[in-house]
Write a protein that binds this ligand. Structure first.
Ligand SMILES: NC(=O)c1ccc[n+]([C@@H]2O[C@H](COP(=O)([O-])OP(=O)(O)OC[C@H]3O[C@@H](n4cnc5c(N)ncnc54)[C@H](OP(=O)(O)O)[C@@H]3O)[C@@H](O)[C@H]2O)c1
Length: 252
């Protein structure tokens, strides 16, 4: 990637989002990095100080209507209009329809669906208004991290999977709404990735060790970040809009 685009990356304190923010900074992009953990974002910014791009930490909780707007404003104040928005923040929930903790359903839907919807609206409307001003001459990218369980029904993980099914449909709908403005809305659907995800969600780590043995080597956050980088690095008329990336040995 040759230009110095300005990006916002959510979930940048860990896993896929962190790897995307770092990869962007390696490529010279300037990145507003979001997540709740201030120290994790600060450490990413310190790493990026050695890289061609830059990282501006902007800690906060995504479960608020104004969250994405604040991130976009921060980018605008620091560097100018952003043209890339990566939505990686998200969480899992172990258990089946009968077995999952019903007390966590609302929080999961708020983080993985309602918050994503607010973020999509905030970056989609800003990008559309900028595209109206420049006639869409500059390409703009919204990249959303979905999941294989948002495409294939998983009896083992259906509640989290349902939130990703919802996200997948929103991404395609927004793609159709914005494509005429040269705005690419992209879905990346990873399979098993070794990250902070499993522990944060409270998955049984013995179960996960078995999954890793059967399906591994699992993906790394850097594998997914490389895909995101490839997508946003395409010429303006090329859109890889829906990409599934799995460990080679993952069956389902
Ligand atoms: N790991 C996998 O196997 C896998 C597979 C398919 C899809 N995915 C998806 O990939 C995305 C990234 O997951 P990951 O694997 O990178 O997991 P991760 O290492 O746990 O990272 C999750 C990120 O989301 C942020 N986040 C969570 N809740 C938040 C909140 N309320 N406010 C602000 N930020 C919040 C976390 O930051 P803070 O904790 O600092 O707030 C963290 O940076 C998620 O959407 C996940 O559903 C993961």
């Amino acid at each position: 990637m040759t230009d110095k685009r300005i990006a916002v990356v959510t979930g940048a304190s860990s896993g896929i989002g962190r790897a995307v923010a770092r990869r962007f900074a390696e490529d010279g992009l300037r990145v507003v990095a979001a997540g709740r953990r201030e120290e994790a974002l600060a450490s990413l910014a310190r790493e990026a100080a050695e890289l061609p791009g830059a990282v501006l930490p902007h800690p906060g909780d995504m479960n608020g209507e104004g969250y994405a707007g604040e991130l976009l404003d921060a980018a605008g104040r620091e560097w100018g209009a952003p043209s890339v928005f990566v939505l990686s923040a998200g969480r899992g929930l172990p258990g089946t329809v009968l077995g999952s903790d019903a007390g966590q359903w609302q929080g999961l839907i708020e983080s993985n669906v309602t918050s994503v919807l607010h973020q999509l609206r905030a970056c989609g409307s800003l990008f559309r208004s900028h595209a109206e001003q420049d006639g869409g001459r500059q390409v703009r990218d919204i990249v959303v991290i979905g999941s294989t369980v948002g495409r294939q029904i998983s009896a083992a993980n259906p509640v989290y999977g349902a939130t990703k099914f919802a996200v997948h449909s929103l991404v395609e709908a927004l793609r159709q709404e914005l494509c005429a403005h040269n705005i690419r809305v992209t879905l990346v659907e990873p399979g098993f990735v070794r990250s902070g995800f499993q522990e944060a969600a409270g998955y049984d780590m013995e179960w996960f060790a078995k999954v890793a043995e059967e399906n591994g080597p699992l993906l790394t956050p850097e594998d997914v970040a490389e895909t995101v980088r490839f997508v946003v690095g395409q010429p303006a008329h090329v859109h890889l809009d829906d990409i599934r990336i799995r460990p080679t040995r993952q069956k389902g």
